[in-house]
Design a protein around this ligand. Sequence first.
Ligand SMILES: NC(=O)c1ccc[n+]([C@@H]2O[C@H](COP(=O)([O-])OP(=O)(O)OC[C@H]3O[C@@H](n4cnc5c(N)ncnc54)[C@H](OP(=O)(O)O)[C@@H]3O)[C@@H](O)[C@H]2O)c1
Length: 269
Amino acid sequence: MGFGAMRLPVSTLGGPPNDRDTGIKILQRAVELGVDHVDTAAFYYHQDGLAANEMIRAALAPYPPGLVIATKVGPYRGPGDPMPTGQVPASGLRAEVERNLTELGLDRLDLVYLRPGGLEAPSEEPVGERFAVLAGLREEGLIRHLGLSHVSHAQLEEARRIAPVAAVQNRFDVTLPQDTELLAACERDRIAYAPYFPLGGFGIPDDARVNAVAARHGATVPQVLLAGLLALSPVMLAIPGTGSPAHLEENVAAADLALAPEDLDALKR
Ligand SMILES: NC(=O)c1ccc[n+]([C@@H]2O[C@H](COP(=O)([O-])OP(=O)(O)OC[C@H]3O[C@@H](n4cnc5c(N)ncnc54)[C@H](OP(=O)(O)O)[C@@H]3O)[C@@H](O)[C@H]2O)c1
């Protein structure tokens, strides 16, 4: 079970900043509970200044051995923009990587995803030029592993011709049609698959199949959404996001929720 840091500085787009001390406690508690993968980005910040990377560094540095901090580059967020509005060109990616290194206080980033595209479904736009820049930075030792986020199977294959891909991060939750082809490719080649919006992203999905499994286990719906994801594939890594200490406890506990084969059949689409 991992942790997504996007909700630490601000819970909802355009909303007020969250409380920094609460966010720091959430990160520290997550690690205490065994979370060893934190997903972040330099563009996860509130316009007033509260930023996920700064909170991660304040909460967790010096980082415990084995903790993986994954970040993303690609999206461009200008001053005053509440969210990214475009893409950083290939020539700007080194500065993005260096910004993450500085903000997180690291000499090398564990995992850097290239995140092309906007909010629409992944496209077939070429990713090779920008991925090659990151591959070069990996060769230089600034990055340990490369990933891709919000990509099609064709984009994954294009990138893999340039350098190894350790992880894919696409939108997926168990109530959505499955990213079957891409997930199968990840399983075959032992690439981690970290779904973003594992809890629906815009509100917990109200899905009769998930609700029934939750009732059967006396578990919460978010717990079934997370346990269902983890049971779907050995390469699955959940990164639920929360700014709530109680939700963190609930979400991490979902890793211990053992779903029966009939539950998994019921969840399959
Ligand atoms: N690659 C990409 O394009 C991309 C896009 C989006 C996100 N991400 C990454 O993926 C991570 C996960 O996505 P996400 O955080 O946006 O969405 P999510 O995990 O699907 O859902 C988070 C939302 O669910 C709520 N929530 C969390 N746990 C809950 C619980 N136990 N009970 C009720 N509500 C709960 C949170 O509110 P509370 O704060 O009130 O708990 C928050 O509003 C992000 O943190 C980020 O690291 C990546």
